[in-house]
Design a protein around this ligand. Structure first.
Ligand code: CP3
Length: 340
């Protein structure tokens, strides 16, 4: 704890220079990632090989010295453990089968041992990380995971899942409950294996009406927070409700997360004004400013830094780093945030 700047900020301390990590920092913009992925033959093969997944987790730490290392895995490991088949076809995004829009949850045969390689990865990374680096585990939020489980794939506006939730809230609630149960187990097991904090990714939180947001985003995340915190009271939980916009303060209060991630569409000055003053925030540089580099990147970084003059702040993007982002731009970002 003493030597880990990011963990200290998650526990409510302000740092002179914000500790930094980037969502999707392990991935395709790194040549060393692309080489290992090609050798292993695919994403799932990589994610279920603890030696390779640990190596991919450590690659961006070695190259950039980020303050946080995020476990290399995927939010869709939970649907896989719940019994759906998971494939990552080249260039087409992940697929889950059977899609629950036309198959019952009860037709699946769950197999939580599918998550065991992830815990082996966590143990390897925890043993290899520099002492000052904070190790972050993660899972998807029930709503975002459900959008993939119901549609069987990603979708622009999550219409199939939003319609399902209105048409059959009992069946949809059973899917959400199954995801909650497995996610609680999954996060606690990651913590037991060695992560120091966890993040709940809610990439599609932005598509719901306020009442549906309350029911399918806030309440399920609160259930996860309460159950993980009861077992692991010292482990901070970061919520990342992408697209929540005007519902951010309700999300923070309703879920009781320890820190909140802001996407790039949120005005950071507004967020700073509406969120509780002690709540650590993470974000919210536009990934496209990082892709562009140069003066646009410098100006974007300065705007984010200026918006949080007193609050505990972790520097990050508003969403994942793009695969075509030049490595030199990541170096530029780190130098500027670190004041070098
Ligand atoms: O550095 C890290 O953050 C690595 C761990 C990580 C991955 N996915 C690896 C990955 C994390 C935290 C995720 C989260 C994730 N996965 C989310 C939530 C965050 C977000 O980006 O909104 C979502 C919605 C997914 C589901 C998912 N996985 C999609 C839609 C895709 C395909 C899109 C894409 O970027 O290719 C994936 C595949 C995936 N997960 C890749 C990586 C590095 C790319 C796989 C490859 O190498 O081809």
């Amino acid at each position: 704890m003493v030597n880990k700047p990011l963990l200290r900020v998650l526990k409510g301390e302000r740092a002179a220079r914000p500790p930094t990590w980037l969502m999707r920092q392990a991935g395709r913009y790194l040549p060393e990632y692309r080489a290992l992925r090609a050798e292993k033959g695919g994403f799932l093969a990589l994610a279920t090989d603890p030696e390779a997944a640990a190596e991919v987790t450590l690659q961006p730490i070695r190259r950039f010295g980020f303050d946080g290392a995020i476990l290399f895995s995927d939010i869709l490991m939970v649907p896989w453990a719940l019994g759906q088949e998971l494939t990552f076809g080249a260039g087409e995004g992940p697929r889950l089968a059977p899609a629950l829009v036309d198959s019952a949850l009860e037709s699946l045969s769950p197999d939580v041992t599918r998550l065991d390689p992830v815990y082996a990865t966590v143990r390897r990374v925890a043993a290899a990380l520099p002492a000052q680096t904070t190790f972050l585990g993660f899972a998807g939020s029930p709503w975002t995971v459900a959008t993939y489980m119901v549609a069987g794939q990603g979708s622009r506006d999550q219409e199939a899942t939003r319609r399902y939730a209105y048409a059959d809230p009992v069946a949809f609630g059973a899917i959400i409950d199954a995801i909650i149960t497995t996610t609680v187990h999954y996060l606690i097991a990651q913590i037991d294996a060695g992560v120091a904090a966890v993040q709940i990714f809610d990439s599609w939180a932005g598509s719901l009406s306020p009442e549906q947001f309350e029911r399918w985003v806030i309440a399920p995340n609160r259930a996860i927070v309460d159950r993980v915190r009861a077992r692991c009271p010292d482990t901070p939980i970061i919520g990342f409700p992408k697209g929540a916009g005007g519902k951010l303060a309700a999300y923070a209060a309703g879920t009781a997360v320890d820190a909140i991630g802001l996407d790039e569409t949120v005005d950071p000055h507004w967020a700073n004004a509406v969120l509780p003053p002690e709540l650590p925030v993470q974000g919210n540089l536009d990934p496209l400013a990082l892709l562009t580099g140069g003066a646009a990147l410098d100006a974007g970084i300065d705007r984010v830094l200026a918006a949080f003059p007193e609050r505990p702040h972790i520097f990050n993007l508003g969403h994942g780093i793009g695969q075509h982002t030049p490595i030199a731009h990541v170096e530029q970002l780190l130098q500027r945030v670190r004041g070098e």
